[in-house]
Design a protein around this ligand. Structure first.
Ligand SMILES: [Zn+2]
Length: 206
């Protein structure tokens, strides 16, 4: 009998081909080029994005800025100063490290308009409205012993996570999607850049 351990690959995922999400994922792909390649780890890029506030007039555009999305933070694997940092944990750390005044200035810069009441938001208020984009499924196991990204994102109660491709079982069996969904975080797979995301993840290991 085959191993019946569930993996994220078997987990039913919401999917989207929306041009706006693809555009955000392209930004993550560019970030993943910054990673120092490693024989024992993936190269991943990630962004934290505050979507446009709900609008009475339903305008739609595939240009993130025209749409009103605000880029809050970026990260990539092994981003300095931590040689073991992951893309999502690095982007999260940078966002959390932002002084409150700087956070409010950033929120006020959202075009064409900022969220009502955002001048009083805490970091947690932002995270709960935030979408995380990542080229590879957030990890559920870290050999370095640090908290895994799925757990970190769930603990900070981000709203949604958009992934380019599920983590292949090159190193460990990843249960990131499953963990996030069970913790109440919506996970979406963005369709259309799977090959690029996977090639980028394995960069330098051929
Ligand atoms: Zn991770």
């Amino acid at each position: 009998m085959s191993d019946s351990t569930p993996t994220s690959r078997d987990y039913p995922l919401r999917t989207t081909k929306d041009a706006l999400h693809l555009q955000h994922l392209q930004t993550c792909l560019v970030l993943s080029l910054e990673c120092t390649v490693s024989p024992t780890a993936f190269c991943v890029g990630s962004t934290f994005v505050l979507p446009a506030p709900p609008s009475p007039s339903s305008s739609s555009s595939s240009d993130p800025e025209a749409q009103g999305d605000l880029l809050l933070s970026t990260g990539y694997s092994r981003e300095p100063p931590l040689p073991t940092s992951h893309a999502e944990s690095s982007a999260l750390s940078k966002l959390l490290a932002l002084p409150l005044d700087d956070l409010h200035s950033l929120l006020a810069s959202q075009k064409p308009r900022s969220w009502p009441g955002s001048e009083g938001w805490t970091h947690q208020d932002v995270l709960e409205r935030c979408d995380v984009y990542t080229t590879l499924e957030p990890c559920s196991v870290r050999t370095s012993g640090e908290p895994d990204c799925a757990r970190l994102l769930a603990r900070h109660r981000v709203k949604r996570v958009f992934v380019g491709v599920n983590e292949p079982p090159d190193f460990v069996q990843c249960l990131g999607t499953r963990f996030l969904e069970e913790a109440g975080v919506e996970v979406w797979r963005v369709e259309g850049l799977e090959r690029e995301c996977l090639e980028r993840a394995r960069r330098g290991r051929d």
